[in-house]
Ligand binder design. Structure first.
Ligand SMILES: [Zn+2]
Length: 113
């Protein structure tokens, strides 16, 4: 599992924001349902996205609104981002910022689906 925005690895149980997506038909028989997809954001990206300007695209705005609700609802996520930023969680951040696996293509400050 990786953060969709920065590519940072997210271990099971590690603080993050999970966004679940699936689609299903309504009023159409037989009812069809897609597989559920899980999209993860690290605390830093969650806070950064929430504090940033609205992204373009209706789906992106819908996801942004939900992340903003979480970030605004309780300071715990901000605290987790702060701890990661300061390396309080030992071993979470590489010492130089250049270690670790290659990052996927950046998508700027926007969510892209
Ligand atoms: Zn991230």
């Amino acid at each position: 599992m990786h953060c969709l925005r920065c590519g940072r690895a997210i271990e099971p149980g590690q603080k993050s924001v999970a966004l679940y997506m699936f689609t299903q038909t309504v009023g159409v028989k037989p009812r069809q349902k897609s597989a559920a997809h899980r999209i993860s954001f690290c605390p830093q990206c969650s806070v950064s996205l929430a504090m940033g300007p609205a992204p373009e695209g209706a789906l992106n705005v819908a996801a942004w609104d939900m992340i903003r609700d979480l970030v605004a609802g309780d300071p715990a996520l901000n605290r987790a981002a702060w701890e990661s930023l300061n390396g309080v969680v030992v071993g979470l951040l590489p010492a130089t910022g250049t270690e670790g696996g290659p990052r996927p293509a950046q998508s700027g400050g926007y969510l892209e689906f």
